[in-house]
Write a protein that binds this ligand. Structure first.
Ligand SMILES: [Zn+2]
Length: 503
């Protein structure tokens, strides 16, 4: 069986998902989990993008062992040097350089000629080779590139020393049979292609990223670039969990070294840290992927799960929920449940989470896995609390003007603010906004119940933007929806401060 290399780009393309901003610690946490998942390559980021990004990539290269650590660089020496600086501490570093090869990109974006692009691609690969033996070259927008020119570029970069050539469907335009055919024709027409690994990178603009990736594999692609939960620019990238499970469940004749038991855990962690929820009907990892609503289906499942389930939930590491936790549960049972759900907390974090669990157990009879995840998600967002909510009081009701009083701590000082609003959340937001004196715009606010019942946890998600148009997302959950709303708002603000300071 031929091996297919799994190249995870959750931390690079996935981080380009609108609203996602991971800090150094969060990126490391995800990278460590990707190593447990046993991916072959982790694309840790784009070091030239910012000093913070550089540090995050370096931190991963220095601390994560096992997978190859790749960093992205445009086909220019400055980018390549920066990428190399970031990853040189890795066990197996890889420089990933790219330039667009489609006429539309060459003319409109780069304002160059095909010859100039060819020359730049070759010199970039040669330059990268001076630092690193493993060099991947991507022909951006390969799908819309002239086929003969694409062949010429690939042949030249292989000659220059590239070890992997990547064929991206940058704009998610390809159809599965076309894309498979493109890979097949490249394999037939690029004469030195046997010397390298052929990679693909598919986007999901038409919902075909997984299908296109699989079509490429059966036509000879040996590496697929993908992300957890299908995160990525616009409609996202090919979802790793879908590609892996298609290969495993249908027993396709390819070897992938992914530890499928870690899929669920990884998916949860990525969703928690990026703040991007998983759609309930998402293939493989969605909340409803193993839920059965109709009576006929439920009856079938009880007789034999294979009647309506093609994937055994245990295979992707979905824990079997046997123990019900409640207010009599001890710390040991709580910790065990956390581990089954994929969370390894430090002693301090555990202490804090257990306290929250007990508080919740006093208000709510049965604590479900989703409740626990909500508690820990709050715990795990590693955002410093520049502003901390000390006190919150809201008066609202029929015939009363909703009024909120907040006390916020900042560097040991407290700021008190009182506002009225159209509703309790509006009043709280006005009070917070007045207290924090940081310029921002509230872009979006949503509230949903995470668990069932009137005693359920509610989760608030808040999106704000800074004056340069960058987005920051804050999430928080509580049985009190006004409190969740206030905390989510402050988290978004704290995240903004973490990234740009208090200017
Ligand atoms: Zn991409």
């Amino acid at each position: 069986m031929s091996k297919v290399y799994i190249f995870d780009t959750t931390l690079r393309d996935g981080e380009q998902t609108p609203g996602v901003n991971l800090n150094k610690e969060e990126k490391l946490e995800i990278a460590k989990q990707l190593a447990k998942l046993n991916v072959d390559i982790i694309e840790a980021g784009f070091p030239i993008a910012s000093p913070g990004e550089f540090e995050a990539v370096k931190n991963i290269a220095d601390n994560v062992r096992g997978p190859i650590i790749a960093a992205l660089a445009r086909a220019i020496p400055l980018d390549i040097d920066r990428a190399w600086e970031a990853i040189k501490g890795a066990e197996s570093p890889r420089i990933h350089t790219f330039i667009a090869t489609s006429d539309i990109h060459i003319e409109k974006k780069l304002r160059k000629t095909r010859d100039e692009v060819l020359e730049q691609a070759v010199s970039a690969v040669k330059y990268a080779k001076r630092h690193c033996s493993d060099v991947e070259f991507s022909a951006e927008d390969a799908v819309r590139s002239d086929f003969n020119f694409l062949c010429k570029v690939f042949e030249a970069v292989i000659e220059a020393g590239a070890t992997v050539i990547n064929v991206p469907d940058t704009v998610g335009y390809a159809l599965p049979w076309e894309f498979g055919d493109l890979i097949k024709r490249l394999k037939e027409n690029v004469k030195n292609i046997d010397k390298v690994i052929v990679s693909v990178h598919c986007h999901n603009d038409l919902g075909l990223a997984t299908a296109n990736s699989l079509s490429a594999i059966i036509n000879g692609a040996e590496q697929v670039e993908c992300t957890i939960n299908g995160l990525g620019e616009r409609a996202g990238n090919a979802a790793m969990e879908e590609i892996i499970m298609a290969i495993k469940v249908r027993r396709l004749p390819y070897e992938v070294d992914i530890n499928t038991q870690e899929i669920y855990k990884t998916s949860k962690l990525v969703s928690t840290l990026t703040g991007i929820p998983i759609q309930p009907n998402k293939a493989v990892v969605g909340e409803n992927a193993f839920a059965h609503e109709s009576g006929i289906h439920q009856h079938g499942i009880i007789q034999d799960p294979t009647t309506y389930e093609i994937i055994d939930p245990k295979m992707i590491g979905i824990p079997e929920s046997r123990i019900v936790l409640g207010k009599h549960s001890g710390k040991h049972a709580f910790e065990k449940r956390l581990q089954e759900l994929g969370y390894n907390l430090s002693a301090d974090q555990l202490e804090e989470a257990f306290k929250k669990f007990k508080e919740l157990a006093d208000k709510k009879k049965e604590i479900t896995d989703r409740d626990i995840e909500a508690i820990v998600s709050n715990q795990m967002r590693l955002i410093p609390e520049f502003y901390k909510l000390e006190h919150l009081q809201v008066v609202s009701g029929i015939g009363i003007v909703p009024t909120a009083t907040v006390i916020i701590a900042e560097d040991g000082e407290t700021i008190k603010s009182v506002e009225i609003g159209n509703g309790p959340v509006d009043a709280v937001y006005k009070a917070i906004s007045k207290a924090v004196k940081i310029q921002h715009n509230l872009e979006d606010f949503s509230l949903k119940s995470i668990t069932g019942g009137t005693d359920a946890l509610g989760e608030a998600v808040v999106k704000i933007s800074d004056k340069d148009g960058n987005f920051y997302v804050g999430r928080a959950s509580s049985t009190d929806i006004v409190e969740a709303s206030a905390k989510a708002y402050l988290r978004a603000i704290n995240q903004m401060i973490m990234f740009r300071g208090k200017d």
